[in-house]
Write a new protein. Structure first.
Length: 554
């Protein structure tokens, strides 16, 4: 027997090719998130004036990010922060499902020489440029090239199996048991966390004659179920408003896929209308299914969310969280590494609570709620207590080794703790007071001014999350990006001040009445951003990455 046709060789070749496809899709998505994540967030949040615009934006974002799941996670963050409503969230995620179907159709084209050109250009851009965004564009080009290369490898690897009696028997069985094929595909798409990669794999196998088109149909529909399960499991512990949207999408996409499979099995439909080749038919079915899903359910979004509100109510007594247990363990204070890890865990807890405070504070400028304001004030007091406990704990960290310096590390972590506490104070004492002042005077921001403030809040919120990541991982690259963002936020704040002053010169009454509040809120958000950016400074200083006033090499 020819060694290239041995079963173990075939399995290894197919597994390696599929793994390359999965990784390449993720590489493209990561590149877009890192290069254009901020712009995509603003684009998504701004496009919620109506459900049709939200759906179109969700589709566009999914095409760019090669993933409806990534769009769903962004959408979940906006829902949690109150930046968008449930109707817009459902429209975005339905549009994203359609966008991912378009992506699969585009990536299935055999581009030939363009693969080599993309790979060469991507590597050169990535290696030659020092600019972060340009390097990510190189990463995207490399990922696209690897997607096309992996599909070619799958086509080549599947050739020996086309003459295999064993493979034929398996496909014959799946042809007679579409439910099993449907469930296997759903499981596979969920396991690889990419419905796009799964559907491309099934379409390619169908094109090679390795998979009958009936099986490909069942597995493509199953991948739709698996794709919706990814966001479902990722948001299981999210707020009720997020779970309503994600669970509704799971019911619509998963249930719709099962219904479509039933129709295909029960009725003799002319599938040749979907295309001339098996892969085109499978991918066009995938596209048609998601178009039908969007057209059928987008007009019913209001009714669907009404039902979801009844099925997934807000939890009763959610504020009573019970007593919090501190991570500070006095018994390990003579073991510096473990003691500092305990302090970091407590600091991450502080940071997470401040992030929630920041999410809750901004809606007060639209509708002031004294209950929320008081909760933020109490939360700030709890954070101040945690901060003091951490500093006292760090002051008692000692090493049994007289040559080990624990003072510098303790000082650095204490400084970060103080900055985090200052961030909580900015939210509770500054932002809440400004919101109260605006409400008491019955003032309103101009439409343009409020849009700018919400966008700026979103940028700062993203940097707060970035700061938490640096705190947990102590990753040098993330730390550099965080400090770079500090400079970007400073420039953005100055730009927004100039825009506000231009509106004042134009005599806009709303801008004039809210001018002091508008400018104070900009400064407060910038100061909060600085509090979290300071997380990166001790790490960069230890590595010699800082100049006296800025990042080295910047």
């Amino acid at each position: 027997m020819d060694q290239t046709g041995a079963p173990i060789v075939f399995i290894l070749n197919m597994a390696a090719s599929a793994a390359l496809l999965i990784w390449a899709v993720r590489l493209v998505r990561t590149g877009f998130e890192r290069a254009f994540g901020g712009q995509l967030r603003l684009w998504l949040r701004r496009s919620t004036s109506n459900r049709f615009a939200a759906a179109a934006t969700g589709a566009g974002a999914a095409i760019l990010m090669q993933s409806s799941t990534a769009v769903a996670i962004l959408m979940a963050g906006f829902l949690s922060a109150g930046a968008i409503g449930s109707l817009s969230g459902l429209a975005i995620i339905l549009g994203a499902d359609l966008g991912s179907a378009v992506v699969a159709l585009i990536l299935n084209f055999q581009i030939g020489a363009l693969t080599s050109l993309l790979l060469l250009a991507g590597v050169m851009v990535f290696l030659q440029s020092s600019a972060r965004r340009i390097r990510q564009i190189g990463r995207i080009l490399i990922g696209l090239a690897l997607i096309f290369l992996s599909l070619d490898l799958i086509r080549d690897a599947s050739q020996p199996l086309m003459q295999s009696t064993g493979a034929g028997a398996i496909m014959l069985y799946l042809s007679g048991d579409p439910i099993t094929a449907f469930l296997l595909a759903a499981l596979f798409a969920w396991l690889v966390h990419s419905s796009v990669a799964a559907i491309l794999l099934f379409a390619t196998l169908a094109a090679q004659g390795m998979m009958p088109v009936e099986v490909a149909f069942a597995m493509v529909l199953g991948a739709n179920l698996g794709g919706s399960m990814i966001a479902f499991f990722l948001t299981l512990k999210s707020s009720a408003v997020v779970r309503r949207v994600v669970w509704t999408n799971l019911a619509l996409r998963g249930g719709g896929a099962a219904l479509m499979l039933f129709v295909l099995v029960s009725f003799d439909l002319q599938t040749s209308m979907l295309g001339s080749t098996p892969d085109q038919q499978a991918l066009n079915l995938h596209l048609l299914f998601n178009v039908l899903l969007l057209v059928a359910f987008l007009p019913l979004a209001t009714i669907l969310m009404w039902v979801a509100n009844r099925l997934v109510p807000d939890p009763a007594g959610s504020e009573a969280a019970g007593a919090r247990r501190s991570a500070l363990a006095p018994e390990v204070q003579n073991q510096p590494r473990r003691a500092f890890a305990c302090a970091l865990r407590e600091m991450v807890e502080m940071s997470n609570r401040i992030e929630v405070m920041l999410r809750d504070a901004m809606p007060l400028f639209e509708k002031y709620d004294e209950t929320v304001a008081q909760r933020l004030h109490h939360e700030m007091q709890d954070i101040a207590t945690i901060s003091l406990d951490i500093r006292i704990y760090l002051s008692g960290v000692r090493s049994t080794d007289p040559n080990e310096d624990t003072g510098t590390r303790s000082f650095d972590l204490s400084g970060v703790t103080v900055n985090l506490e200052a961030g909580a104070d900015i939210i509770a004492r500054k932002m809440v007071v400004l919101a109260n002042k605006k409400d008491a005077a019955s003032l309103n921001f101009s439409k343009e001014g409020w849009s700018e403030l919400r966008d700026f809040h979103d940028v700062v919120l993203r940097n707060v999350q970035h700061g938490i990541s640096v705190l947990m991982s102590e990753d040098l690259g993330l730390a550099r990006e965080l400090v770079e963002q500090k400079e970007n936020v400073r420039d953005l704040e100055q730009s927004l001040q100039r825009k506000h002053l231009r509106r004042l010169r134009q005599g806009m009454t709303e801008s004039y009445e809210t001018s002091a509040i508008h400018l104070d809120l900009l400064r407060a958000l910038k100061a909060l951003n600085t509090s979290f950016a300071m997380i990166a400074y001790p790490l960069l200083s230890d590595m010699g990455e800082l100049r006296p006033s800025r990042l080295s090499g910047s």
